[in-house]
Design a protein around this ligand. Sequence first.
Ligand code: SF4
Ligand code: F3S
Length: 163
Amino acid sequence: MRFGARRRPADDFLGALRPSGESPLTRPKPCACRCHAVGAEPAKAYVQSEQMTYIVNDNCIKCKYMDCVEVCPVDCFYEGENMLVIHPDECIDCGVCEPECPIEAIKPDTEPGVEQWLKVNADFAKQWPNITAKKEPPADAKEFEGVVGKFEKYFSPNPGSGD
Ligand code: SF4
Ligand code: F3S
């Protein structure tokens, strides 16, 4: 039965007839964190996902290296014209993307001062296309590393091309 689908009475009936004793009630289910581990308990981070997320900040603008998208287990990055954002409702707070970004543009929302970026991530993740594979970064990405005030100077609300 598809994970999350409503159980039908017929499933319970057929399960009771199986000689192995396995029934839909006892059959191991896929892990809720979508890691595909059958029978696993949902990761603690998944349980907390409604409260916690990682965000992309303005360091990403015009650098957009995209190493981050290659490691995200739930494909929750979205592409703008010159930066990426994380969908806060989809991020499972696993943290594997944070060290992948060469310019420290990814932070947990528990860090002080990330409120502005949480809003930018939440707003634009709904508008921009999903991206799951790294592409060629901008040719002038190096020139924009560490530039201060990139959001005010360069932020674009336009979508990227996505996958
Ligand atoms: Fe994806 Fe990073 Fe969130 Fe993990 S912490 S789910 S890698 S965006
Ligand atoms: Fe941006 Fe860093 Fe990802 S620059 S695209 S957050 S690897």
